[in-house]
Design a binder for this molecule. Structure first.
Ligand code: ADP
Ligand code: GLC
Length: 473
């Protein structure tokens, strides 16, 4: 099958969160299992030039808002699959990837340019795999063109929801500027009087998917549906959850070049060296007996930071360390800074984005906290599993699908999870984890159970291929 994957971010070219990890890894995995897949993504100021192999197209003429825009296209295989990066400096050479009032216009442009590019580079794809609201525009353009343009007649769209909370809303008055003036197109976008790129993708794509099975059910309820649950229920026979994979080329403690020592499920001794390096990195006293609790995340309310705020005092009272890597909302950044000032010998904080540090934390920590309010999939708990770092999570979305409670009688399970969004429930699991930590046999078992799970992308990619086949029917 010919598959084109479109994404607003993709590792290693750009990343703000899990979407980047997924969009970088899936096309590579598809390629590995024999599919003909290409990735199309914007070229940002943040994209490192060393990842670009060559200029593929110098003059991609894109009809845009009444004029002809000349974009360039670079080629790369740095993520392990053929990739085309659309270079439109006016839209993408900025201080950050997102966060501009006209983001909807930037990604509407990206979508349209991507389709112009697809037409230019060869035969029509069987599947165009679209990701999150940034790609809702292409879903509508393809659905419209299919009716009269032979090139697109047999192409089918798969639209993956990574996070329904971000919907790409904008004024419906703008639609005609992007060529969406037909009744079909307007209806696709319209949601409560404004235009929503997410809604458009959900309304017209041939198949919908989410990044874990549980999330596909959660978003069909009014509580988690962000106003789109009705539409999702209507289309539930076309909606399927596929749990994200882990790119073990990047996240593997047995070969991770960032770590001072490598280790695996049979021999975990190197993990202690990593713990020592981690404590040193944060200028904390090195006491390898004491457990390290970790958090790596965007600091938004999605991630359950307030539960961490309410339990941090109790964790510290047990003598444990806490390390945090992240940036985001000021109140959460302030919380972590204040916690460090309060207990500088137990708390390590890095405010910002740092990939190498993320690897060192995964390896050096003992427990990973992820008490999310909602979590479409979550990748860090899966990275933690592979690194022998025990996840303590809330049983929602992909966290529920990937973490199994430790059962000390049967020695099964790989972590700890609780249900109600309450600090007491989280704390119970923290104490349970601490109890297990001090029993080295139980802890080893728990670590090995997690480290030997196969969450590879190859498995997930095969499920996507089935989905693509369904879309073609
Ligand atoms: P989300 O996409 O909602 O942010 P995920 O768990 O799916 O959550 O993915 C988050 C990804 O972003 C992981 O690869 C994680 O390591 C990375 N990440 C988040 N914050 C940081 C940070 N401050 N520095 C480095 N990596 C980060
Ligand atoms: C989103 C979700 C996260 C998921 C990621 C990749 O950012 O918040 O749960 O893992 O997308 O699919």
């Amino acid at each position: 099958m010919r598959i084109a994957v479109l994404s607003a971010e993709a590792v290693p070219y750009s990343k703000t969160g899990g979407l980047g990890d997924v969009a970088g890894a899936l096309p590579k995995a598809l390629k590995r299992i024999g599919e003909d897949s290409v990735l199309i993504t914007p070229l940002y100021r943040q994209t490192k030039p060393e990842y670009l192999s060559h200029l593929a197209i110098d003059d991609l003429w894109v009809n845009w808002r009444g004029t002809s825009y000349r974009a360039r296209v670079f080629y790369s295989e740095a993520n392990g699959s053929p990739t085309f990066l659309i270079d439109a400096p006016e839209y993408f050479h900025r201080d950050s990837l997102y966060g501009y009032a006209e983001d909807y216009e930037r990604f509407a442009f990206f979508n349209h340019a991507a389709l112009v590019l697809i037409e230019r580079i060869g035969a029509p794809p069987d599947i165009i795999h679209l990701n999150d609201w940034h790609c809702g525009f292409a879903a509508v353009e393809i659905a419209s063109k299919r009716l009269w343009d032979d090139y697109w007649r047999n192409s089918r769209t798969v639209f993956s929801i990574h996070n329904l909370a971000y919907q790409g809303a904008f004024s419906a008055e703008e639609l005609w500027k992007f060529g969406f003036s037909s009744e079909f197109a307007r209806n696709a976008f319209l949601l409560n009087g404004h235009a929503s790129a997410m809604k458009a993708g959900l309304a017209v794509s041939d198949i919908l998917s989410t990044v874990s099975p549980r999330y596909s059910y959660e978003i069909q309820t009014p509580e988690e549906g962000y106003g789109l649950d009705g539409l999702l229920r209507q289309r539930s026979n076309r909606l399927i959850g596929i749990t994200n994979g882990v790119d073990y080329d990047v996240w593997n403690p047995a070969a991770d070049p960032v770590l001072p020592a490598q280790y695996n499920a049979q021999d975990l001794s190197g993990k202690l060296d990593c713990k020592k390096a981690l404590l040193e990195q944060f200028s904390l006293p090195v006491d390898l007996e004491k457990p390290v609790f970790a958090s790596i995340t965007r600091l938004t309310s999605q991630k359950g930071i307030d539960l961490m705020m309410q339990t941090a005092g109790e964790i510290l009272a047990t003598g444990a360390y806490i390390v945090s890597l992240g940036s985001g909302a000021k109140e959460y950044e302030d919380f972590w800074q204040n916690l460090r000032d309060y207990a500088p010998r137990q708390v390590g904080v890095y405010r910002g984005y740092n990939e190498d540090l993320a690897h060192l934390i995964e390896a050096g920590a003992d427990m990973f906290m992820m008490p999310s309010r909602f979590e479409p999939c979550g990748l860090n708990q899966m990275y933690s599993l592979r690194y022998g770092t025990i996840p303590i999570v809330r049983a929602v979305g992909g966290l529920d699908d990937t973490v199994e409670n430790f059962d000390r009688v049967r020695n099964t399970g790989n972590g700890f999870k609780f249900s109600e969004y309450e600090a007491d429930k989280f704390l119970e699991k923290i104490y349970e984890a601490l109890f297990a930590y001090h029993e080295s046999d139980a802890w080893r078992r728990l670590q090995r159970n997690g480290m030997t799970i196969d969450n590879s992308w190859e498995n997930a990619a095969r499920k996507y291929v089935k989905l693509y086949e369904m879309a073609k029917k």
